[in-house]
Design a protein around this ligand. Structure first.
Ligand code: F6P
Length: 520
């Protein structure tokens, strides 16, 4: 279950705070406002990799977080939760439908994930996206101190950097895209492709998950606005906005050099290892195995129930192995955790029906009275339970058809302090650039996935340990602190020489924060 946010009723207003030197802007806040059936409401930590990634940074930097509380039509005053200054942005029900479910998750999401599902293009969704992005930009501008550093997150808010720069040219602006950026041939479908590229170019640093995403973006810039790109930089020419009144000087934007580069995101690795080492978590892992009838092998899939995750491909491969007798249900169980996601979007409703039909069929065909083929769970679980599952699983299956990073792969590796376990990882997940000692698969190649499952199940312990050791070294070193410190250093570097380095200077302050994060 999600935890209750502590101290959520402390008063905090931008007015009494004097403005923040470090501001994060993301669609979701790190806390969700949840209304129970009896009408009572609480603030709960909201799920998702982004929140997990940024929470430690926010605490270290004592900054403010601007975002949506997860419920339509509710207005909240800013407050402090667990040491983080929360600045809620209100969305109406129509905006949730048009900006969030519509343009973000039914236009951009499928388009940016290689059109696995067909994107829908609706002008009223775009209009809502522009309006809501402006609201986030206004809220961020209102709480940012002079010369503050603002870090905008993800595809829901791609227009915010330009809007912020227009309102507050004094700010240093970063943007990080958590999902892939598609090749130009796909991106060019978007009717508003130029506006989005221009929106992003308002940032000083634009971060992507993979090198390929950064080059896809640079290509889109060349094709759509014709700016010179010298990898990893993009030269944005200065603009002269003509004066509208006789005494008006007009507005001049100087030429800028924007850094567009890969900063692969990670997890709070040591906290996963720390949990995995706890005796009670290990006891829970054993309980899970016992509960499943102690099969020789437990395979595990953990995903948001999303069509990008390749859950159907994984089930198909597993079902065929059972049907062919290459696997026996007495020996193997697949645990599939599919956490509910975007349940009002049609493509997600349809996916749930398809997956649950397939799970039902496979269980109907192959389960015995004592052994189930697939243990399926349409829930989210707290981190403790996830780590117990990771410890219980001999094989972790990540079969995404396209994924910005896939933090689950890294969580599995971080949790396996015993060095055992095999990670089967799609080459279409960003994590595969780093986790090269996984068994890498093309999820579209069902025979290849089946062979990888068998290879994983049969892998000698020595080989498992050799592979896991190499991957663990990487995941423990390149953790989320490293990620944020690298991004913020790049942001700091983008303004080198532009600012006075004293204790009142937010960029000087940032340098100190980065140091603290690195030492953390
Ligand atoms: O990583 C992409 C992302 O959209 C994040 O921004 C978000 O935390 C996560 O997936 C879950 O999505 P949603 O906020 O739509 O539930």
């Amino acid at each position: 279950m999600a935890q209750r946010a502590h101290g959520a009723n402390e008063n905090m207003t931008p007015e009494n705070s004097g403005g923040y030197d470090f501001v994060v802007v993301s669609n979701r806040l790190p806390v969700d406002h949840v209304i129970a059936d009896d009408g009572s409401s609480t603030w709960q930590h909201s799920p998702g990799g982004l929140v997990t990634a940024l929470e430690p940074v926010m605490r270290a930097a004592d900054g403010a977080w601007v975002g949506w509380a997860g419920q339509p039509d509710l207005e909240f005053k800013p407050f402090v939760s667990d040491g983080i200054h929360i600045v809620p942005v209100t969305l109406s029900s129509d905006e949730v439908e048009n900006y969030y479910e519509g343009f973000s998750n039914d236009t951009l999401w499928p388009l940016y994930h290689d059109v696995i599902a067909p994107p829908s293009y609706h002008r009223e969704w775009w209009e809502s996206y522009v309006l809501v992005n402006q609201r986030f930009a206004d809220a961020a501008a209102a709480v940012s101190a002079a010369g503050a550093v603002v870090w905008v997150q993800d595809y829901q808010l791609q227009l915010v950097p330009k809007m912020l720069r227009t309102a507050r040219p004094d700010l240093t602006i970063g943007f990080f895209n958590h999902i892939p950026f598609p090749p130009y041939g796909i991106y060019s479908q978007l009717p508003w492709r130029t506006q989005i590229v221009e929106g992003l170019l308002g940032a000083d640093v634009i971060g992507f998950q993979r090198v390929a995403d950064a080059s896809n973006f640079s290509r889109a810039v060349r094709r759509l606005v014709g700016y010179v790109t010298k990898n990893p930089y993009i030269e944005v020419p200065g603009t002269e906005v003509p004066a509208s009144e006789p005494n008006d000087q007009g507005q001049r934007q100087p030429p800028r050099r924007v850094l567009a580069k890969a900063f692969p995101i990670s997890i709070d690795s040591s906290s996963f290892e720390e949990l995995a080492r706890r005796p009670e978590i290990q006891a829970r892992a054993k309980e899970i195995r016992d509960g499943l009838g102690n099969p020789k092998t437990i395979m595990l899939g953990v995903d948001r129930l999303d069509y990008t995750k390749g859950i159907g491909h994984r089930l198909k491969a597993y079902g065929e192995l059972l049907a062919e007798g290459r696997l026996d249900v007495e020996d193997v169980t697949l645990v599939q955790v599919a956490s509910p996601s975007r349940e009002r979007v049609q493509a997600y409703m349809q996916l749930r029906d398809e997956i649950e039909l397939t799970v039902g069929r496979i269980n109907g065909d192959f389960a015995t009275m004592s052994h189930t083929a697939i243990s399926y769970h349409h829930h989210g679980y707290p981190r403790e339970e996830m780590v117990a599952l990771y410890l219980a699983a001999d094989v972790m299956l990540v079969t995404a058809l396209r994924d910005g990073m896939n933090l689950v792969a890294k969580e599995y590796v971080a949790s396996r302090f015993d060095g055992n376990g095999v990670l089967v990882l799609s080459e279409f997940a960003g994590a595969s650039d780093e986790l090269r000692r996984s068994l890498r698969i093309n999820p579209h190649d069902i025979d290849g996935v089946k062979d990888a499952m068998i290879q994983a199940i049969e892998m000698p312990q020595l080989e498992q340990q050799r592979r896991m050791r190499a991957m663990r070294k990487l995941v423990l070193r390149n953790d989320v602190n490293q990620w944020s410190a690298d991004f913020l250093s790049a942001l700091r570097g983008s303004k080198n020489g532009d600012s006075v380095k004293d204790s009142e200077d937010p960029l000087g302050e940032l340098e100190w924060t980065i140091e603290r994060i690195r030492r953390h």
